[in-house]
Design a protein around this ligand. Sequence first.
Ligand SMILES: Cc1cc2nc3c(=O)[nH]c(=O)nc-3n(C[C@H](O)[C@H](O)[C@H](O)COP(=O)(O)OP(=O)(O)OC[C@H]3O[C@@H](n4cnc5c(N)ncnc54)[C@H](O)[C@@H]3O)c2cc1C
Length: 493
Amino acid sequence: MKNDNSFQVVVIGAGLAGLSSAYELTKAGKKVLLVEQWDNVGGLARTIDVNGFRFDTGPHRWYTKNDMVNNWMLRLMNKEIIKVPRLTRIYFDNKFFHYPIQIKSTILGMGILKTSLAVFDYLLVQLKSLVKKREAVTIEEGYIDQFGRTLYEMFFRRYTEKLWGRSCRQISSDWLGQRSRGFNIGTVIKNTLFNKEKVVSFIDEFSYPRQGIGRIAERLAKGVIKGGGKILLNSPVVKVSHRQGKIASVTVNNGKSRKEINSRQFISTMAISDLIKALHPPPPATILNVNRKCQYRDEVQVVLFINKTHITKDTWIYVHSLDLPFIRFMEMDNWSKSLSPKGCTSIVFEIACNYGDNIWQKKDAELVELVTGKFISEFKLITRENIIGSYVHRVPKEYPVYHLRYRQDLKILKKYLHRFVNLQIAGRNGIFRYNNMDHSIEMGLYAAWNIIEGSRKFDIESVNIEREYLEEKKVKVSFPELPEDQYVEEKKN
Ligand SMILES: Cc1cc2nc3c(=O)[nH]c(=O)nc-3n(C[C@H](O)[C@H](O)[C@H](O)COP(=O)(O)OP(=O)(O)OC[C@H]3O[C@@H](n4cnc5c(N)ncnc54)[C@H](O)[C@@H]3O)c2cc1C
């Protein structure tokens, strides 16, 4: 076992949070080592290239209400950012509905009877809330409070349960809060009647790197190396040793050898539950018991390469039907025409599952056949002759599951970790919060700046808990500070 003593900061995890930290730290002249378990950087926000087909690991649109983070990203990406027109729909009972909900298409799709019932239900909920305001505990209560029971049953219950693989009564309403805070029938009506005042839920375009979302991570990694930092791939952290209230070292195991790495400071973006498990000496049994309750939802992604372009007009489509195995699919052509070889496109299908379950363990060929058969027969957009290749990959820990008492449980775990004065935790699974990319980047920046400043000035825990939902930000100026010519517009064919 080799011991390496030469680093000032070890960052665990080369997702956007860890990369942003390492990037800022190397820029400030710190000696940084970034350790990553996989063979490439980007974590959940990667772009994979197979024979000239570039596709993302799930639909990733860039939007942030934080101008500092937006400008930071734009400076990093320079001229690579394009604006992509957005069309998102829900496929439900053989019909397409616009998402976010649009009144006209919803009434047409639902029919007048169901629409009347939905309006009645919604008004009932509003009246009830005037008499007695309740604090929604479960996601079911949260949806009903925002939309009424009819719309909840129609648009939200089935999809949410398909995504999480558990009942809406077993998931905390906080998830809904972070996903669609403040978005309710009121905002839908306001948007329909006064759509000059744009609400971002309804924005019809977003920012995106022309060559795929993974370009952000690729550019950050390049910056880290250029700044003198080191990135160690294929190196899962298996042990985090501590003594006298400080982290002393991390041990990585690449399957062939183990290596212990010492450092003065540590930033961890690996899943909080894995960090707790890796601690040595181990935490007390009470902590380990609480830790077991933190679970994640995983995903298998199947990609079909097609010898046609724009077979759909959507950026992504949510699929509610339980007969179809996938929860969502996206066509890369509708994000950027630079992502596929000429005359071709690719479609990424997401199947939510749990690590090691039936779906996770299926052979790649079985998964491709499952998706192909169902997609062709249901949508009739392509034939088998149009499919010129496929790819399957499995993504563990895509979503932290907000179980009902998760807030109290996390408080216990974080209190325990706070005893280590040279450890900061950040990132989506790192602090167990349903982050978007901008939140993870902001957390990564804060962790780095705290080390550079020599004090814990920046509060990582404050990121992504604001009460005002990001999608409700009024769009005034898209990109302040940078001149217009830095943006390249790209239109759909
Ligand atoms: C399907 C999907 C769609 C999304 N869509 C959007 C969107 O439209 N817009 C948006 O802004 N955000 C979106 N997000 C969220 C976004 O992907 C994440 O917020 C962001 O990528 C998280 O970055 P991170 O660095 O915090 O975590 P991660 O990306 O999870 O990075 C953590 C890294 O740590 C590594 N690691 C873990 N354990 C170890 C270990 N023991 N040793 C070494 N390394 C380890 C992992 O391999 C990983 O690379 C989406 C996420 C998903 C899953």
